[in-house]
Design a protein around this ligand. Structure first.
Ligand code: PGA
Length: 251
């Protein structure tokens, strides 16, 4: 059966020392605790190796927030999936709306990144979600379906089975405006139905679909209690242990 996952996305926050400190604190806080979900922290690239070294890998998985769509070579400033894997990280967040919007990541580029991530034994946490205008004009289901189809549906069932999805309505990210539990469940059920149609029940039922967008200690329990919401991708509330632990413990 699919896993419950609470994944932090630090975005471009915390210098190296602060990030290492936060990872240490989280590791301490989880020690000896029974946790009913997998915990992941998505750090900036330069933190990955240090953080992966510090945390108990049975308790905390480490994620990059991006990787290159090329294997290696003359791509100044880029970081490859192989490099990410060599740090001890296990996940890569891909297709975050901030990367789609500010860095012009297209469905095609994301398809390449997903392929390289899988080829290097990493788990993609693939983000999808509509902007406010698309929801208001009732295009949100079509938009989310296209994002999935265009970047992921050429994968074999076996490879698709390695993907984690994160539904993040863009209007809810960093805005303090969360999708209601009913809105989240409605979209997650739609996504799962889309997966059933393409890959069948087994793959669809085994795919973890996380919710992201202003999820926090106050709303996590209600969001996670929905049958198709298998956890969260947490931005702001992952930046301190005080705020992140209650989200983890919502399971
Ligand atoms: P937020 O960010 O929790 O700060 O809204 C979520 C995300 O962008 O992954």
């Amino acid at each position: 059966m699919r896993k419950n996952i609470v994944a932090g996305n630090w975005k471009m926050n915390k210098n190296l020392q602060e990030g290492v400190e936060l990872a240490k604190e989280l590791n301490e806080a989880l020690k000896g605790k029974t946790i009913n979900c997998d915990v992941v922290i998505g750090t900036p690239f330069i933190h990955l190796a240090a953080v992966a070294n510090i945390v108990d890998s049975d308790k905390i998985g480490v994620a990059a927030q991006n990787c290159a769509n090329k294997v290696s070579g003359a791509y100044t400033g880029e970081v490859s999936a192989e490099m990410v894997a060599s740090t001890g990280a296990k996940y890569v967040i891909l297709g975050h709306s901030e990367r789609r919007a500010y860095y012009h990541e297209t469905a095609e580029i994301l398809k390449e990144k997903v392929g390289l991530t899988l080829a290097n034994g990493l788990t993609p946490i693939f983000c999808i979600g509509e902007v406010l205008e698309e929801r208001e004009s009732e295009k949100h289901f079509d938009v989310v379906k296209s994002q999935i189809v265009d970047s992921l549906f050429e994968l074999s069932a076996e490879d698709f089975g390695k993907i984690v999805l994160a539904y993040e309505p863009v209007w809810a990210i960093g805005t303090g405006k969360t999708a209601s539990p009913a809105q989240a469940q409605e979209m997650h059920a739609f996504i799962r139905k889309t997966l059933v149609e393409k890959y069948g029940n087994e793959v669809a039922n085994n795919t973890s679909i996380l919710y992201g967008g202003s999820a926090n200690a106050d709303n996590a329990k209600e969001l996670f209690s929905n049958p198709d919401v298998d956890g969260g991708l947490i931005g702001g509330a992952s930046l301190s242990v005080d705020k992140f632990m209650p989200v983890i413990e919502a399971f």
